[in-house]
Ligand binder design. Structure first.
Ligand code: SF4
Length: 616
């Protein structure tokens, strides 16, 4: 069924390696996984792949490494009397179901967290588990909030189009506006599309909290105010139009990446952009086309599968009577129709948690809080291929196949649903994740269907529109939504949205948490000997973290690169080394996302904070 667009899944085992999709970012590059029958031993690009066209970035070239070199979970385990012991599959699954049922019976809250590195099929079954037998809306992808924030500013009804050629459209754009953290790191294939457009003569305007490699080739870089990024630079339209004060003549393409960890600020900034680009031009709008960029390989698919505290499978609204009726018919039980908490909030509220392929301390802006919350749970059921802080705290561990060892589909940032098959069998007693979720659903009382991946996909086609359109059709959907005619954007509550510090009088500098995710924090990057080197070197060089400072500020303070400064906010203080760079404006200090924990006492959970800086 998925074969219409992506080639038959049975093609996935080929003479030159198994057909795969890069498991890292959401660009959706195609690759072949070379193997010796038991282990993945190499990765190679697919020459005629419609997205990657025979290229891979460094992460793609190393995509065979995590399953072969990572710390793998090999057998089911259960916790007894504080110790964990190995168990059979039946015993572990029954124990997981018993723990969760016991919590539900006494009215204690349970939740489900799902990673953007899960397949569409796994995400859908996890959403069904939550809104079906677990009767909860506490269901989220920890990195999904930033993607939902991008969408909230554009098309609140859900992700745009499907099966599109958005990257190709970027390459042929004449004007591009890029809101980014650093696209060359977060989404290298999308960055290549922007570069190709610039080489063809496109006018590129970059917008962000710091200068990036792409800002070096931009016609104009506009810095956002770190305390009020949603108050856009007044010359934005003129910059896009050629600097002559006129709006752009051709409809601009707008690429949107989450540039800060606070989803409210991201949503407000995107809404402000939609307002500016939608309210100018000869016909009252610029005709701008937007491309929101999810982080992980399947962040978009996981959302469309129903993993969100306020959405049903298919990205449909919780109060959509037709969607609820269809789910009731397909599931054979009433779907839970109430909203739940997002990942950070649910971790603090629930007593039982099912975690699928995720390690919240690595993904959430407050790692220490997440670790503490995991330790305090009465039941923590973890399905993962890799060992992590989360699996260490689990009461039940259910080892599942890595993406390279299973069959499934992933949905790219363009909405392209791509199938892949197992290159090698899962190690030890690990099983495909969809099978394990299917068994859990059965044990928790969901009406049982046929235990086959084809049957799961057929069910998805009934309730997830993106999957429905794959059946018997290769039509491409709309690539990018046109700009929404937004009303006036309410500004976020500044007391909670990072513009803190007791007013402008306090603090000589603004301390800013960079981006909303760092690939060096990713479990699969950590499991790759090649990819983890950068992060390891950075941590070796700066074990206590670091902040990036403009050289002009360093001169004023009389310090050099590597020297330490004392940062004092109204929340606390910290002594931290500085590295110097012109990527940040004078007056701004940038904290790499991977070092957020070292500065958490000063940032106090905010994305930006006024601080006093003094030489130590
Ligand atoms: S650009 Fe993204 S999808 Fe492509 S190879 Fe790199 S990490 Fe993988």
């Amino acid at each position: 069924m998925v074969s219409e667009r992506v080639g038959t899944l049975s093609e996935s085992r080929g003479g030159t390696g198994a057909r795969g999709v890069c498991p890292f970012c959401s660009c959706g590059c195609g690759l072949r996984l070379l193997h010796d029958g038991l282990h993945t031993v190499g990765s190679a690009p697919v020459l005629k792949h419609p997205v990657s066209q025979g290229r891979l970035c460094a992460r793609g070239w190393a995509s065979h490494e995590p399953p072969a070199w990572g710390g793998r979970l090999l057998a089911p385990e259960i916790r007894e009397g504080g110790e964990r012991r190995r168990a059979g599959w039946d015993e572990a699954l029954e124990r997981a179901a018993r723990e969760l049922r016991a919590l539900l019976e006494v009215g204690k809250a349970v939740g489900v967290l799902v990673s953007g590195r899960c397949t569409n099929e796994e995400a859908y079954l996890a959403a069904k588990l939550a809104r079906g037998p677990l009767r909860t809306g506490h269901l989220d992808d920890p990195l999904g909030a930033s993607y939902r924030a991008l969408l909230a500013g554009l098309c609140p009804e859900g992700p745009p189009g499907e099966g599109g050629r958005a990257l190709e459209a970027v390459e042929h754009s004449r004007q591009i506006l890029l809101l980014e953290g650093d696209l060359s790191v977060t989404h290298p294939r999308a960055a290549l599309a922007v570069l190709r457009a610039v080489r063809r003569g496109a006018r590129l305007v970059t917008l962000g909290l710091a200068r990036t490699p792409l800002s070096q080739v931009a016609a104009v870089h506009l810095s956002l105010d770190p305390l009020r990024p949603f108050a856009l630079p007044p010359d934005l339209l003129g910059a896009l139009g050629g600097g002559n004060g006129r709006p752009p003549e051709a409809p601009p393409t707008v690429l949107l990446a989450p540039f800060t960890s606070d989803p409210r600020i991201v949503a407000a900034t995107v809404r402000a952009l939609a307002e500016v680009l939608g309210s100018s031009g000869p016909d009252g709008g610029t005709g701008a086309r937007f491309l929101p960029l999810p982080f992980r390989a399947n962040t978009r698919g996981v959302l469309e599968g129903g993993v969100a505290p306020d959405r049903l499978p298919g990205g449909l609204a919780l109060d959509d009577p037709q969607a609820l009726a269809r789910l009731r018919q397909v599931w054979g039980m009433d779907p839970w129709p109430r909203p739940g908490l997002d990942a950070a909030a649910l971790l603090e509220q629930v007593r039982g948690l099912v975690v699928v392929g995720e390690d919240p301390p690595r993904s959430l802006p407050a790692p220490a809080k997440a670790r503490e919350a995991l330790k305090g749970l009465e039941s923590l059921v973890v399905l993962d291929a890799y060992a992590s802080a989360t699996s260490d705290a689990a009461t039940v561990v259910l080892p599942v196949a890595a993406l390279q060892e299973t069959e499934g589909t992933l949905t790219s940032l363009e909405g392209r649903i791509q199938g892949f098959g197992p290159a090698v069998p899962p190690p030890g007693r690990a099983r495909p994740g969809w099978e394990v979720l299917f068994r859990l659903l059965e044990l928790l009382g969901a009406p049982s269907g046929r235990a086959a991946l084809g049957a799961v996909r057929a069910e998805m086609a009934e309730v997830v529109p993106g999957f429905r359109s794959l059946v018997g059709s290769s039509a491409e959907g709309e690539d990018m939504p046109a700009v929404a005619r937004a009303g006036r954007t309410p500004e976020p509550d500044l007391r909670r949205a990072g513009a803190q510090g007791g007013g402008d009088a306090f603090g000589s500098h603004v301390l800013v948490l960079a981006g909303a995710f760092d690939w060096d924090d990713d479990l699969m990057v950590d499991a790759s000997p090649t990819l983890r080197r950068d992060g390891a070197s950075r941590r070796k060089l700066f074990p206590q973290g670091s902040v990036t400072m403009n050289p002009a500020d360093a001169r004023a303070l009389g310090i050099r690169s590597g020297w330490s400064v004392r940062l004092r906010s109204r929340q606390g203080e910290a002594v931290v080394p500085v590295s110097l760079g012109t990527s940040v404006e004078p007056g701004v200090l940038l904290v790499p996302f991977a070092f957020r924990e070292a500065l958490s006492g000063v940032l106090g959970g905010e994305a930006a904070q006024r601080v006093e800086v003094e030489r130590t």
